[in-house]
Design a protein around this ligand. Structure first.
Ligand SMILES: NC(=O)c1ccc[n+]([C@@H]2O[C@H](COP(=O)([O-])OP(=O)(O)OC[C@H]3O[C@@H](n4cnc5c(N)ncnc54)[C@H](OP(=O)(O)O)[C@@H]3O)[C@@H](O)[C@H]2O)c1
Length: 293
């Protein structure tokens, strides 16, 4: 297996240096902010077209224009399945996709919020992306990739995936446990996709980008103190976007399909992150949610 010569200091520009992505098309959710913005910028720098998704098309359009990246802007609110289905429909008339980077997310909502009776982080981070990705599988190129933004915070999923507590009401609400659960769901989804892709040229990965000060912290009441505490381990945006750009583009990662990456290397997960039966149960549960919606 080819060693990946990058570590936590690598930037998105460095991991993609020398790659010619002209003629390739990448879809990035949450293209307008933080890691999605940097990912979009660097993919464009390497010649790729980017289909930028944001809650509002006008925001995605102005992001692409400001970055000078060629591509298409599509509205997609991951907290609204009608919006996700409309995005999938719109994407059918656009170019085949070389990689879907499921990057958008929300973190640590301070109180329990629900969408369609499901805890909102699980809904936006996992259910919305599941609907988008599974709706677009036939738009992926033969060697297409799916990149799910997970997080080291999946370690906070102390009660596992809690499919019997999708509403978030069954046990006292904890913003970090529920965020962690949603990120474990992202990780398991990448694992399930990789299994379904097995034997084809397609691959899937989960990513922890590191800790980066972005708008993601907007719901954390003491966010300045949190980022102050985390200062020694903070990455800048370029370093933060490196792992997702690496697994979306680099030829040497495909042997690691299904793995969780951190600091530009395959990395360890909690035991539930390796649990194929759990991944299948989550897949089936999520299909059930979509069938109802
Ligand atoms: N930053 C970190 O330290 C860190 C660590 C581990 C994992 N991650 C993961 O990395 C990903 C990117 O995070 P970031 O740090 O770049 O955060 P960010 O700057 O807050 O960007 C998040 C993006 O998600 C979009 N989004 C939120 N809710 C949405 C919805 N309902 N529908 C569609 N888009 C929605 C946001 O759109 P609006 O601008 O319209 O709100 C924004 O574009 C997330 O999945 C996060 O969990 C980040």
């Amino acid at each position: 297996m080819t060693e990946l010569p990058f570590d936590k200091t690598a930037t998105a520009e460095q991991v993609s240096a020398g790659l010619d992505l002209r003629g390739k098309t990448y879809l990035v959710t949450g293209c307008n902010s933080g890691l999605g913005l940097e990912t979009t910028r660097v993919l464009g720098l390497r010649g790729a077209r980017v289909i930028g998704l944001a809650r509002r098309a006008v925001v995605a359009r102005s992001t692409l224009d400001q970055l000078g990246v060629k591509g298409d802007a599509v509205a997609c609110d991951l907290g609204d399945l009608n919006s996700v289905h409309a995005a999938v429909h719109a994407l059918r008339s656009l170019a085949p996709i070389d990689a879907i980077i499921a990057n958008a997310g929300i973190m640590a909502l301070p109180t329990l919020q629900q969408i369609e009776g499901i805890e909102s982080q699980l809904y936006v981070n996992h259910v919305g992306h599941f609907a988008l990705v599974t709706g677009l599988l036939d738009r992926l190129t033969a060697e297409g990739r799916v990149v799910m933004l997970s997080s080291g915070a999946h370690f906070y999923a102390k009660r596992g995936i809690e499919l019997d507590n999708a509403s978030g009401e069954a046990v006292p609400y904890d913003p970090w446990r529920m965020y962690g659960r949603s990120k474990l769901a992202n990780l398991l989804c990448a694992r399930s996709l990789a299994q379904r892709f097995s034997g084809s040229g397609r691959t899937a990965y989960a990513v922890h980008p590191g800790v980066i000060e972005t708008n993601l912290g907007r719901h954390v009441p003491d966010k300045e103190a949190m980022y102050d505490r985390l200062k020694p381990m903070l990455k800048d945006l370029g370093q933060g976007a490196a792992t997702q750009v690496l697994v979306a583009t680099h030829p040497d990662v495909i042997a690691h399909s299904g793995r969780y990456f951190a600091d530009c290397q395959p990395a360890a997960t909690i035991p539930e992150g390796q649990d194929d039966a759990l991944a299948e149960a989550l897949w089936t549960w999520t299909e059930g949610v979509l069938a109802k919606g």
